[in-house]
Ligand binder design. Structure first.
Ligand SMILES: CC(C)(COP(=O)(O)OP(=O)(O)OC[C@H]1O[C@@H](n2cnc3c(N)ncnc32)[C@H](O)[C@@H]1OP(=O)(O)O)[C@@H](O)C(=O)NCCC(=O)NCCS
Length: 441
């Protein structure tokens, strides 16, 4: 069922998604290639370039030709790796991000990744200390900037590459527009080259040269009263609070038989299910069992992972997950935090054998979507119920993977935010949002 037209909820987008300086979302024209003083020097696809064959833009750099020393910083600053496993240092990183990381265009909300979340995000299998890069003020050692990378096998169309996923680029508000970001980006690139990796994947709300995919954020109200009070949502004309609450009311218990939290013993089955499901997408991670164990088993307050175990056969037939990313409500008298859950990875079984009998590609795609829509909608309904049980105010999802199959039925509304996906040193054909299978935190 679609939300009635008179609801007209203008759901605000938070998120990196959110087009901080974004050309598309705030009415400003995106910069021309010539105006990108930094990005025009980098191996990325140019704005006017049309790609019809995938491949590296520059060859790999032999180790002895990789710059051996860090890029110079202005003299008041120094490089400093952040030891994410150390309580004091993770707190410093948390404080930098909670006060200076991504805000929405109207500066009403700012991401508030928890310290536990940051450890989860930065310490996956194969993590490297040399990719947790901080900048401190030389005189007082205050942490004022950060950029990070984690290793990940990523498939783009038919090529699987070991890449670095770049995230948490942040510069203290007082140090903006001083061209520090390019130095951080060059330094993480150098450190990536030192490890023999030459491709990166990253996302941003801003338009840079050149998105290989663009997704839109959708939001499902779980606590509509608080969302309106904080300004995240607005009451449409002809809408009362009582009606709004009724509109988003849900059952309190989940429906799917055999749904239970994922456990260690499910890792193998979930890995198989996940990689099979991911084969449908043109940008997707390849998860080994270690990755599944790290990313998908519940960590209280950080990520929730569930499986469906067939009550009769005991087979694991589906799984889903969501993570917690609250936002600070900036300058609000009664509310300090918005508790947002974000849709993470999931998989349902696909009737491959039946589908393989359909020769026409678009007919086969339509039959696939039809076959999984009901199942997936039921699972995500349960995800919403679990998110509500865990006190989340809103459930966010991009229109990637098969999310468009349940977004309307489950009363998600479109946000203002878009998230652009980028590859560094890899040219590729563009990917439609529904063919994106990579979720970045
Ligand atoms: C993003 C941020 C680090 C950029 O720093 P800044 O001080 O505003 O910009 P600088 O003067 O240092 O550098 C400008 C260059 O960085 C580029 N840049 C800005 N945001 C970027 C991003 N998110 N990713 C990559 N490059 C970015 C600009 O396009 C510009 O390069 P160009 O001249 O080739 O176009 C800073 O604004 C910030 O910390 N914002 C809040 C957190 C955030 O949005 N992080 C990014 C999440 S994707």
């Amino acid at each position: 069922m679609n939300a009635p037209a008179d609801v007209q909820e203008k759901l605000r987008a938070l998120l990196h998604q959110m087009a901080l300086n974004s050309g598309s979302a705030n009415g400003k024209e995106p910069k021309s290639m010539e105006e990108h003083k930094f990005w025009k020097t980098q191996p990325v696809v140019k704005h006017d370039e049309v790609v019809d064959e995938d491949g590296a833009i520059e060859p790999d750099v032999p180790l002895d030709q990789v710059r051996a020393t860090p890029y110079p910083l202005p003299k008041e600053f120094e490089w400093s790796l952040v030891n994410v496993e150390d309580d004091k240092e993770i707190k410093e990183l948390y404080e930098l991000l909670t006060l200076n990381y991504v805000e929405d265009d109207d500066a009403m909300f700012r991401f508030d990744y928890s310290a536990e979340f940051l450890k989860w995000a930065l310490l996956p299998p194969g993590w490297k200390k040399s990719w947790h890069i901080g900048v401190r003020v030389a005189s007082n050692k205050k942490l004022v900037a950060f950029i990070s990378g984690i290793p990940q096998d990523v498939r783009v169309h038919n090529n699987v590459k070991r890449m670095v996923e770049i995230n948490f680029l942040c510069i203290h508000k007082k140090l903006r527009s001083k061209r520090l970001a390019p130095v951080l980006i060059k330094e993480v690139t150098r450190r990536t080259h030192l490890e023999g990796i030459f491709q990166a994947v990253y996302t941003a709300g801003v338009v840079l040269p050149k998105p290989m995919a663009t997704c839109r954020y959708f939001h499902r109200s779980l606590n509509p009263k608080k969302l309106v009070e904080t300004g995240f949502s607005q009451l449409g004309r002809n809408m009362t609070m009582a009606r709004l609450i009724k509109l988003y009311k849900m059952q309190t218990q989940t429906n799917t038989p055999g749904l239970r939290p994922m456990e260690e013993k499910d890792v193998k089955a979930v890995s198989t299910l996940m990689n099979k499901y991911m084969s449908h997408f043109n940008l997707a991670p390849h998860f080994g069992e270690e990755d599944v164990r790290h990313w998908l088993i519940t960590r209280p307050g950080v990520v929730w992972g569930y499986v469906v175990e067939d009550p009769e056969t005991k087979e694991i037939t589906d799984f889903f997950s969501f993570y917690s990313l609250p936002s600070t409500v900036i300058n609000h008298t009664t509310h300090s935090t918005l508790n947002a859950a974000y849709c993470f990875y999931y998989a349902v079984q696909i009737p491959d054998e039946e589908l393989s009998k359909i020769a026409d590609v678009s007919e086969r795609e339509a039959a696939r979507d039809k076959a999984i829509k009901d199942r997936l909608t039921g699972l995500m309904q349960d995800a919403l119920i679990l998110a509500r049980q865990n006190d989340f105010d809103v459930f966010n999802a991009l229109n990637l993977m098969d999310n468009s199959l349940f977004i309307d039925d489950l009363k998600f509304g479109p946000g203002d935010g878009y998230l652009h996906f980028y590859l560094y040193n890899w040219r590729c054909r563009e990917v439609e949002s529904k063919k994106v299978g990579l979720v970045m935190l």
